[in-house]
Ligand binder design. Structure first.
Ligand code: IMP
Length: 430
């Protein structure tokens, strides 16, 4: 069984908890895109662990984690994360593997990310400032430096010197900031190269062999489909394919090998960074959702923008990824809200649209058409049995499932691993 788990909105849907839970039945957990811009929060007992780059499933003992070729790797951040896990007595040696063809985030990528944002003014994307965009830009421009290049010192030095000739000109003359000395980066990265060497492998080969052996595979998307560089609210997106399509190109596993796509969705909507958000609540209700849901970025600590559940948005995600089921998180955050709304249409220039428009200008002026649902006063916190949910909560869930045309497999009612309603486990229930 090969399962892809993706975010259906703008990231932060609670994929960390769902992946952690499902990893119990997986043998391999694989990251296929993004970098340390992602923040996956997992609560085990009283401990909260935030992972950025290492596949969440590695928190479960005995699992193998893979960082695929589609991920961009900051080796310093990776080593820090390995050390953090070590302190928690989670040893990843012999069970974490990094693709030799993954691209590296270099110190100049981060500087360009930060400086480029400064020049954008109103068009600012609100990136995490981790160098993700510039690293992917170099990959596409064929200037990228890959993990395997670190083990051919002369080639590495040559690439670095060539890249910095151009980049230093941009840094000094366009952004008027300090240039980089190739020798400093060369030395720094050779130290990382030695440290990460035991993890480096042809991971496409590893994964395909594991699948041939009948292993259970979980492919863990970072961010969400509406941050996908092709299918998201471009240009207010991240620079990779966070949708299910990325799982194939980002790992070297052919598309026909995947069995199911589970989309994680929040019971409402959040977004960090800039960009259109038609169902956004800028009033007290938005504030209530932010406070009750603890909606502050796991990577940058920024407050998340909050709004009602957007059925147009998630229906599009279901279609683009040919999703097989949904995992709905944070239902408990809606407890006690007298009336809950779902965005079921966008009003643009007096016309009501029932599909998300692609043009940014339309999305920016879209006003939400809301359908209202009565709330519930009972607590759903920690509920593990669907039948124990309040009637109005069930009505709300059923409306979401119908509106987005996708069955719900999992409902999460707290951040804890066990506090989940599992109607169907994609790995163990057919
Ligand atoms: P970048 O990925 O740092 O280039 O940022 C591009 C956009 O994606 C910004 O709006 C970020 O806030 C957003 N973003 C990146 N990673 C995440 C994530 O893990 N969760 C939510 N938003 C993210």
């Amino acid at each position: 069984m090969n399962l892809i788990v993706i975010g259906t909105q703008w990231g932060d849907e609670g994929k960390g908890k769902i992946v952690d839970l499902l990893s119990e039945d997986a043998d391999y957990v694989v990251r296929y895109q993004g970098g340390h811009n992602a923040g996956h929060t997992i609560v085990i007992g009283d401990k909260k662990i935030v992972l950025h780059l290492i596949p969440t499933g590695l928190l479960q003992p005995g699992k193998t984690g893979v960082i695929g070729n589609g991920v961009v790797i900051n080796p310093e951040a990776l080593l820090q994360e390995i050390a953090t896990l070590c302190k928690e007595n989670i040893d990843v040696s012999g069970r974490l593997f990094i693709s030799e063809t993954a691209h590296l985030i270099m110190p100049y990528h981060q500087r360009i990310d930060l400086e480029s944002e400064k020049t954008k003014g109103k068009q600012k994307i609100g990136t995490t400032g981790r160098g993700i965009g510039p690293a992917y830009a170099d990959k596409m421009a064929r200037n990228g430096i890959r993990v395997c290049d670190l083990y051919d010192a002369e080639r590495f030095r040559e690439k670095l010197e060539t890249n910095l000739k151009e980049i230093n000109l941009i840094l000094e003359q366009v952004y008027q900031v300090e240039a980089f000395d190739p020798e400093d980066i060369f030395k720094e990265y050779l130290v990382y190269a030695e440290k990460i060497k035991p993890y480096v492998l042809n991971t496409s080969l590893l994964l395909n062999q594991a699948m041939d052996d009948g292993k259970q595979m979980l492919f863990e998307g970072a961010q969400g489909t509406h941050l996908d560089v092709d299918h998201g609210t471009y240009p207010f997106v991240t620079s990779s394919n966070s949708g299910a399509g990325g799982a194939s190109t980002g790992t070297g596993v052919g598309p026909t090998r995947f069995d199911e796509v589970l989309g994680v969705t929040k019971a409402y909507t959040t977004r960090v960074g800039s960009g259109p958000f038609p169902a956004e609540l800028t009033d007290q209700m938005g504030e209530t959702l932010r406070e009750k849901g603890g909606e502050f970025g796991a990577t940058t600590g920024r407050p998340r923008r909050c709004g009602w559940f957007d059925a147009l948005q998630v229906r599009q995600t279901v279609r683009i990824n040919h999703m097989t089921s949904l995992a709905l998180t944070k239902l408990d955050v809606l407890d006690g809200i007298p009336e809950i709304s779902i965005c079921v249409g966008y009003e643009v220039d007096g016309k009501v649209l029932d599909e998300m428009p692609t043009a940014l200008s339309h999305l920016e002026k879209a006003k939400p058409v809301l359908r209202h649902f009565p709330g519930w006063t009972e607590s759903t916190y920690g509920v593990t049995d669907y039948e124990k949910l309040p009637k109005n909560a069930k009505t709300y869930l059923e409306a979401i499932s119908t509106l987005v045309a996708c069955r719900i497999d999992i409902i999460s009612t707290s951040s804890k691993r066990g506090e989940t309603i599992v109607l169907r486990n994609p790995f163990t229930d057919k």
